[in-house]
Design a protein around this ligand. Structure first.
Ligand code: F6P
Length: 334
C-alpha cells in the first residue's frame, strides 16, 4: 500500500504543479467521489436492496426512468448542494437547472452530470456509469440557464465513473487523463492507470448497427468500408463492439483504441441524435482529446460547439484520431 497514490493525493499534487487549480476544487471533487462511491454501492447491491427495475415515470428526454436513475440523481444532488462549492447543477434527469438551497452558501463552480449513464443495461447486470463536467461560474450570482451553455473548451474538469467488474474513475483537469480503481476494502480510489493514451489507429468500431438504414452517406460509407475488411478499400479486417453504455465503450477506447459513433439518424426527426452535449458528449470529448484522441460531430469539433439548451443532443464520433479524421473527411467529400 505504501506506494499507492489515492485520488485526493493525486489531485493535491496536481494542484501544486498547476496553481490555477484551487483547494475548493479538490474539495468539490471529493464530494463527487463520495457520491460515486454511494452510487457504486447501490449498483453493486442491486436487487438485494430493491433498486432495480422501472420507476414508471419519464425524464425530460421522454425516456422511461429506472428507479436507479432517480436514486442516483438524488445522491449526486444531496452530495453536492451543501458544500458551498457549487452555484448550480444540470442533471440529465430534470428539465431545469438544480438550484442550491438558500440555507447553503453559493460557490464558484457549476456541475453538469448524467448520474446513471447506460441505464438500459442496469437490469441485465452490465456496466453503467456516471459522467460529470465541472465549469467555473460568475461569482456571487445565482446562475441562469445561459451560464451552463458553455463550450466544452471551458470545462475545468471532466470525468466518468464505471460501475463494472471494478469501479473505476477516469478524470481529466486538462493535464492528461488518469484512471483510478476503487479499492473496496479501504474505500479509496487508487491511481492504477496513469496517463492514459488512445492509439491513433484502430481496427475496432462501436456503433448501433440496427440504425444503419437511417444514417447519412458519410457514416454509411465509413461503416461499409470497415465491414468490407481486407476486400475493401481499407485492406484490413475490422472488429465490432457495442456495449450500449457510453462509459464502457469510451473506457475500452481509452485502453486499447477504437472508434465510437452515435451519428445523426432520421429514424425519428424529433430526436435526430441520441447523446446529450453538455453532460455526455462534451465531457467525453475533453477526456478523449486529453488522451490524444479526437471527438467531432462529423462537421465540427465537439469542444467548439456553443450549446443552445441544457439537454441539447448531438451526433458523436470519437476515439482514435486517424479514424475520426477520416470520417470528418468523408463528411467534407459528401
Ligand atoms: O445515454 C444514452 C446511452 O445509454 C449511452 O450510454 C449509450 O452509448 C447509448 O445510449 C446506447 O444507445 P442504444 O440503446 O441505441 O444502443
Amino acid at each position: 500500500m505504501a506506494n499507492h497514490v489515492t485520488l485526493t493525493q493525486f489531485i493535491i499534487q496536481q494542484q501544486r504543479e498547476y496553481p490555477g487549480v484551487s483547494g475548493t476544487f479538490t474539495s468539490l471533487l471529493n464530494n463527487v467521489v463520495t457520491a460515486c462511491k454511494q452510487i457504486s454501492h447501490k449498483v453493486n447491491r442491486g436487487n438485494l436492496i430493491g433498486v432495480l427495475g422501472s420507476a414508471e415515470s419519464e425524464n425530460v428526454q421522454g425516456e422511461v426512468q429506472k428507479k436507479l436513475d432517480i436514486i442516483t440523481h438524488d445522491i449526486m444532488v444531496d452530495s453536492l448542494n451543501w458544500s458551498g462549492h457549487l452555484a448550480g447543477m444540470v442533471s440529465e434527469e430534470v428539465e431545469e437547472p438544480v438550484k442550491i438551497p438558500r440555507q447553503y452558501p453559493m460557490g464558484k463552480y457549476l456541475a453538469l452530470f448524467d448520474p446513471l449513464d447506460g441505464s438500459s443495461n442496469i437490469d441485465v447486470n452490465l456496466t453503467v456509469g456516471t459522467i460529470f463536467s465541472i465549469l467555473r461560474c460568475r461569482e456571487g450570482v445565482e446562475p441562469e440557464v445561459e451560464d451552463f451553455l458553455r463550450k466544452g473548451t471551458e470545462q475545468v474538469c471532466a470525468g466518468f465513473v464505471l460501475y463494472g467488474p471494478s469501479t473505476m474513475m477516469v478524470l481529466t483537469t486538462g493535464h492528461g487523463v488518469n484512471g483510478f480503481t476503487l479499492d473496496q476494502d479501504i474505500g479509496e480510489f487508487i491511481l492504477t492507470h496513469p496517463d492514459m493514451k488512445i492509439p491513433e489507429d484502430t481496427n475496432e468500431f462501436a456503433v448501433n448497427m440496427s440504425n444503419q438504414r437511417f444514417w447519412e452517406p458519410p457514416i454509411k460509407r465509413y461503416i461499409d468500408e470497415c465491414i468490407e475488411g481486407s476486400e475493401g478499400p481499407r485492406e484490413k479486417e475490422f472488429n465490432m463492439r457495442w456495449v450500449a453504455s457510453l462509459v464502457a465503450d469510451v473506457y475500452r477506447i481509452l485502453t486499447r483504441g477504437g472508434i465510437f459513433l452515435y451519428p445523426y439518424d432520421f429514424r425519428d426527426l424529433s430526436k435526430p441524435c441520441k447523446l446529450r452535449l453538455l453532460y455526455e458528449a462534451s465531457p467525453m470529448a475533453f477526456i478523449v482529446e486529453q488522451a490524444g484522441g479526437a471527438c467531432s460531430t462529423g462537421h465540427e469539433r465537439m469542444l467548439d460547439i456553443k450549446p443552445e439548451s441544457p439537454h441539447q443532443r448531438v451526433p458523436v464520433i470519437l476515439g482514435s484520431k486517424n479514424e475520426v479524421e477520416r470520417i470528418i473527411q468523408y463528411h467534407k467529400e459528401n
